[in-house]
Structure formats: C-alpha cells, structure tokens
Design a binder for this molecule. Structure first.
Ligand code: SF4
Length: 66
C-alpha cells in the first residue's frame, strides 16, 4: 500500500497522527506528513490504521493506493 498526504488539503487537525503515529506526523508547519520510510506500508495492522486515518480525515487529504 502506498500512502501520500495532499498538503494543500490538510488542515492540520492531527487526527491521522493520533490514529496512526507509525506512519503520520505533523511537520514544522503543523501539517500532516508521511514519516520517512513509511511511504510504502507493508504491515497489515498498519495498513488498517492508515485506512482508518484516511477515512477519518475531515478533508480527504490522505491518498491511499492499495
Ligand atoms: Fe491533515 Fe487530514 Fe491528517 Fe487532519 S487527518 S492532519 S486534515 S491529513
């Protein structure tokens, strides 16, 4: 699974990092970023957490490619 954040859409609510802090963090500008090396998610548990984060994002900023 590949995951990206569209920073133009992110409002920095922090939901994704709260749900899946293995993959997401807030950057210096307070916007979500995929942590270095986590652009490709392989672990099943983490994949589900990324899906949950994507569904919880209020602006649809998290792009997931299964
Ligand atoms: Fe940004 Fe969406 Fe994450 Fe909130 S949940 S910080 S809007 S990517």
């Amino acid at each position: 699974m590949k995951v990206k954040v569209n920073k133009d859409a992110c409002i920095g609510c922090g939901a994704c990092a709260a749900i899946c802090d293995i993959v997401f963090e807030l950057d210096d500008e307070g916007l979500s970023a995929v942590k270095a090396g986590q652009e490709e998610v392989k672990d099943e548990e983490n994949k589900q957490a990324v899906r949950d984060a994507s569904e919880s994002c209020p602006t649809g900023a998290i792009q997931v490619e299964e």
